[in-house]
Design a protein around this ligand. Structure first.
Ligand code: HEM
Length: 503
C-alpha cells in the first residue's frame, strides 16, 4: 500500500514537473521554433558545435534554412532568440536603450578581466569607452602605417620561404598581429617571433578562455574552481600580468621623462594619463583606476591579436584560391607607382594617399570580412520588454544576430553566388549594397572599437605582401574547413609561397 502511495506521489510530481517545464520552455522560447534542447547542454551537442563537427556559423545557416529567420537556440541551459535578417539586425543595433551587450558574447570573460570594457554597460562602459575609443580611430591608427608595413616585412622575411608549402600560416599570421598591436597600442616590442614565450602564453591563455566559455551553462563557481586548479592558467595569468606591469612601467617612465603633458599618442599613453584612483561612475569622474587599466591592456591584447590574425589567415586562404585576384591587385599597385620588388630598400613608401587610391585592394579586404566567419555572431541582452518583428522579447532575454547569415544572404547580395569570394561584386550589382548587410564588426553603440585598426592592418599587410612579390599558390591539401576557438579560422591551409621576379 505504502509502495503504491509512493509510486502515485512520484508519478504526480513527475507529471506536474513535466507540465511546469513545458510551460517554462514555451515561455522562454516565445513560441519560436527551434531544435529540441538536451538537458544541461541544450543544442550544443546535438548541433555538433561542442563535438567539433560543425562551426557555429554552419549551425546558424542550417537552422535558418530549417526554421526561418527567427528561431531558438539553447546555449546550454540558456535559450537564445536568434535573428537572421537585415531588418532584425538594424532594429536591435539601433535600440541602444533596450539592447546591451550580453554576457554571452564572451561568457565568463569577467573571470579573466573583471574590469574590461567588454563586460560593462551603462555609465561604466561610457567611462571606459571615453579612454579607449579615440585611440583606435582611423585618424590615430593611420599614423602607424609604417609600423604595420615593417611588421609585414618581418613576417615575409622570417616566416615565408620561397617555393615551400606552408601549413602553419594561422600561427604565423598571429606573429604579425601580435607585433602590430604591441607597437601600435603599447609602443612595446612583444618580440613575437613564432614560438616566443609571449605568444605561447597568449595561446594558452586564449585556450583557457575558450574552455571556460563552454562552462557558461554550469554555475560560475565551477569555472572559478577550474581556474584555481588549472596550473597552466595560473602560469599564463602571472606571466601576462607581469608583461602588462612592464608595459605600463615603460610608459610611465616615458611620460616622466617627457615632463610636460603631451596629447596621448597611443592606447597605453591614453590609459596611463587617465590613471585616477578616484574614478567612479556615481560622481562625474573620469579616467580609470589601476586595476581597470591593467584589464584594458589585456583586453586590447586579446581582442586585437587573434581576431585580426584570423582575418589575415582567411585573406591568404581566399587569395590562394583566386590567383586572378592576386594578379589584379598587383596590376593596381603597378598602376599606382607602387613597384613590385623583393628588395625592401627600393620599395616605394606606403602613404595614406596611396593606400586610399588602391580601390581594388579595398574590395578584396571587404570581401574577406564579408565571407570569413571570424566572429560570425554577436549577442545582446534586453534591458526591458520589447518586440522584434512581432516576436516578444522579455527583459533579461538574450538575442543573437546571425551576422554571417546576413553577410551571405542572397536577399541583400545580388552579384553571382553570395557565398563565393568575388571582390569584383563591388563594381557590379553589389556596388551600393546596404551598409548593414556587411556585419563583420557588429553594430550600434557596442560595435567593435578596433575596426579601423583591423581594416588598416589587413589592407596594409596584404598590400605589402603583394608589393614584395609574394604569390600564394593553392595545393590539393589546401582544403580549408573551419576550426572554432575564440574566433573561427581555416582548419587546413597548405599554401605554396612563390616570390615573383621584380617588375
Ligand atoms: C578582423 C578583426 C576583428 C573582428 C572581426 C572583430 C569583431 C568584433 C565583434 C563582432 C565585436 C562585437 C560587436 C558587437 O557586439 O556589435 C567586437 C567587439 C570588440 N572588439 Fe573587435 N574585432 C576585430 C578586431 C579588433 C581589434 C584589432 C581590437 C583592438 C584592440 C578589437 C577590440 C574590440 C573590443 C574592445 C570590443 C568590445 C567593445 C564593447 O564591448 O563595447 N577588435 N569585435
Amino acid at each position: 500500500m505504502a509502495l503504491l502511495l509512493a509510486f502515485g506521489i512520484a508519478l504526480f510530481i513527475l507529471i506536474i514537473s513535466y507540465v511546469y517545464f513545458k510551460r517554462q520552455l514555451c515561455q522562454k522560447t516565445n513560441g519560436l521554433p527551434g531544435p529540441k534542447p538536451q538537458i544541461l547542454f541544450g543544442n550544443l551537442i546535438n548541433s555538433g558545435i561542442l563535438t567539433g563537427k560543425k562551426s557555429f556559423h554552419e549551425v546558424m545557416h542550417q537552422y535558418q534554412q530549417e526554421y526561418g529567420d527567427k528561431f531558438v537556440f539553447w546555449f546550454g541551459t540558456y535559450p537564445i532568440l536568434v535573428f537572421c535578417s537585415l531588418e532584425h539586425a538594424k532594429a536591435i543595433f539601433a535600440d541602444r536603450h533596450t539592447f546591451e551587450q550580453s554576457p554571452l558574447f564572451l561568457p565568463n570573460f569577467e573571470l579573466f578581466c573583471p574590469h574590461s570594457i567588454v563586460t560593462f554597460s551603462g555609465s561604466k562602459w561610457k567611462r571606459h569607452a571615453r579612454v579607449m575609443m579615440p585611440m583606435f580611430k582611423r585618424a590615430k591608427v593611420i599614423q602607424h602605417l609604417d609600423v604595420i608595413a615593417e611588421c609585414a616585412d618581418r613576417f615575409i622575411d622570417q616566416c615565408l620561404i620561397a617555393d615551400q608549402v606552408h601549413t602553419n600560416l594561422v600561427r604565423q599570421c598571429q606573429t604579425v598581429t601580435m607585433n602590430v598591436i604591441g607597437f601600435i597600442a603599447f609602443d612595446y616590442d612583444l618580440g613575437a617571433e613564432m614560438n616566443s614565450k609571449t605568444k605561447v602564453m597568449f595561446e594558452d591563455f586564449i585556450s583557457v578562455v575558450v574552455n571556460v566559455m563552454f562552462f557558461s551553462s554550469l554555475p560560475q563557481w565551477v569555472a572559478k574552481l577550474y581556474l584555481k586548479l588549472n596550473w597552466k592558467y595560473q602560469k599564463t595569468n602571472r606571466f601576462l600580468r607581469e608583461l602588462m606591469e612592464n608595459i605600463v612601467e615603460q610608459e610611465q617612465n616615458n611620460q616622466d621623462k617627457a615632463g610636460e603633458q603631451e596629447r596621448p599618442k597611443n592606447l597605453i599613453s591614453s590609459l596611463v594619463s587617465s590613471l585616477n584612483e578616484q574614478a567612479n561612475d556615481e560622481q562625474v569622474s573620469s579616467g580609470l583606476t589601476r586595476a581597470e587599466m591593467f584589464d584594458e591592456v589585456l583586453t586590447a591584447l586579446v581582442a586585437g591579436f587573434e581576431t585580426t590574425a584570423t582575418g589575415l589567415a582567411w585573406a591568404i586562404f581566399f587569395l590562394s584560391k583566386n590567383p586572378h585576384v592576386q594578379k589584379r591587385m598587383k596590376d593596381e599597385l603597378y598602376q599606382n607607382d607602387l613597384l613590385i620588388t623583393d628588395d625592401v630598400q627600393s620599395l616605394p613608401t606606403l602613404t595614406k594617399e596611396k593606400i586610399d587610391a588602391l580601390v581594388y585592394c579595398e574590395f578584396v579586404i571587404k570581401e574577406v570580412l564579408r565571407l570569413a566567419p571570424i566572429a560570425s555572431v554577436t549577442t545582446r541582452i534586453a534591458l526591458q520588454d520589447t518586440v522584434v518583428d512581432n516576436t516578444p522579447v522579455r527583459r533579461g532575454q538574450t538575442v543573437l544576430i546571425g551576422m554571417n547569415n546576413i553577410n551571405t544572404d542572397a536577399r541583400y547580395w545580388h552579384h553571382d553566388d553570395p557565398k563565393r569570394f568575388i571582390p569584383e561584386r563591388y563594381l557590379h550589382e553589389d556596388k551600393d549594397h546596404h551598409p548593414s548587410a556587411l556585419l563583420a564588426f557588429g553594430g550600434g553603440h557596442r560595435a567593435c572599437i578596433g575596426q579601423d585598426l583591423a581594416w588598416l592592418e589587413l589592407k596594409v599587410v596584404i598590400i605589402r605582401l603583394m608589393q614584395r612579390g609574394v604569390t600564394f599558390e593553392d595545393t590539393p591539401e589546401n582544403t580549408g574547413g573551419y576550426e572554432e576557438r575564440l574566433t573561427c579560422f581555416p582548419k587546413k591551409m597548405a599554401i605554396r609561397v612563390r616570390f615573383d621576379r621584380a617588375r
